[in-house]
Ligand binder design. Structure first.
Ligand SMILES: Cc1cc2nc3c(=O)[nH]c(=O)nc-3n(C[C@H](O)[C@H](O)[C@H](O)COP(=O)(O)O)c2cc1C
Length: 201
């Protein structure tokens, strides 16, 4: 049962944009069903087409499907507050990005920017497929680096929970409120200005 709210009923854009940007959100309620590899491939395909500096494509996606040998390793990386609802995810992802250029080994100052762009592609594709796509910083980076054998010249950027939407009522206490209504956004005037920096914070 999917009892998650419809973001399009809760969010309004101030300017004309495609609905997919409002539809993408980060709920927590999932139903514990597996995510087919073919669906995961569609998400990764979208991630693949993101722009990157010199077309470096420095993002790397490591994944674990639930009920496989890798699941426990990935799940154990998460902080308790995320484990509380991620147990119903179908896939857990770890995103890492190469900190140096493959062509010359020099530092790449935008590796995380590129990985973020790639993630957003994945998230928008997931929204179009009515999947839950929830990014997370709440996990143990060092442990991820060690246990997943991620080389030192890669930065561990984020984890992502992917699953099929579930019942709000199945969430642990304290989490139901978080999923009851998708979040809003600051007005454009607070995040953009013409010319020099003129923001309060
Ligand atoms: C890099 C990053 C890290 C995040 N870490 C967590 C996390 O550890 N746990 C969590 O529940 N949500 C996490 N979130 C989700 C944000 O809270 C959420 O994206 C934000 O509140 C905006 O809401 P929306 O994605 O539903 O539009 C994270 C999001 C991003 C982009």
């Amino acid at each position: 049962m999917n009892s998650l709210p419809d973001p399009l009923q809760h969010r309004t854009a101030d300017h004309d944009i495609d609905d997919i940007f409002l539809k993408r959100w980060s709920p927590r309620a999932m139903n514990g069903e597996p995510v087919a590899q073919s669906d995961l491939n569609r998400l990764l395909e979208a991630a693949r087409w993101a722009p990157s500096t010199y077309n470096e494509q420095e993002w790397r996606y490591l994944y674990a499907h639930r009920d496989t040998d890798h699941w426990e390793t990935f799940f154990s990386l998460l902080m308790e507050a995320n484990q509380a609802w991620c147990d119903q995810a179908g896939v857990l992802l770890v995103i890492a990005s190469h900190k140096t250029f493959s062509r010359n080994g020099k530092p790449n100052g935008v590796h995380s920017f590129d990985a973020g762009a790639s993630f957003e592609n994945l998230a928008l594709q997931g929204a179009s497929m009515d999947l839950v796509i929830h990014p997370m910083a709440g996990f143990n980076r060092n442990k991820a680096q060690q246990e997943l054998l991620i080389p030192e010249d890669f930065h561990v950027d984020a984890m992502v929970a992917i699953g099929h939407p579930g019942d709000l009522a199945s969430l642990p206490e304290g989490y139901v409120e978080m999923d009851r209504a998708p979040s809003g956004r600051k007005p454009i005037q607070e995040i953009s200005c013409e010319g020099r920096f003129q923001f309060e914070g």
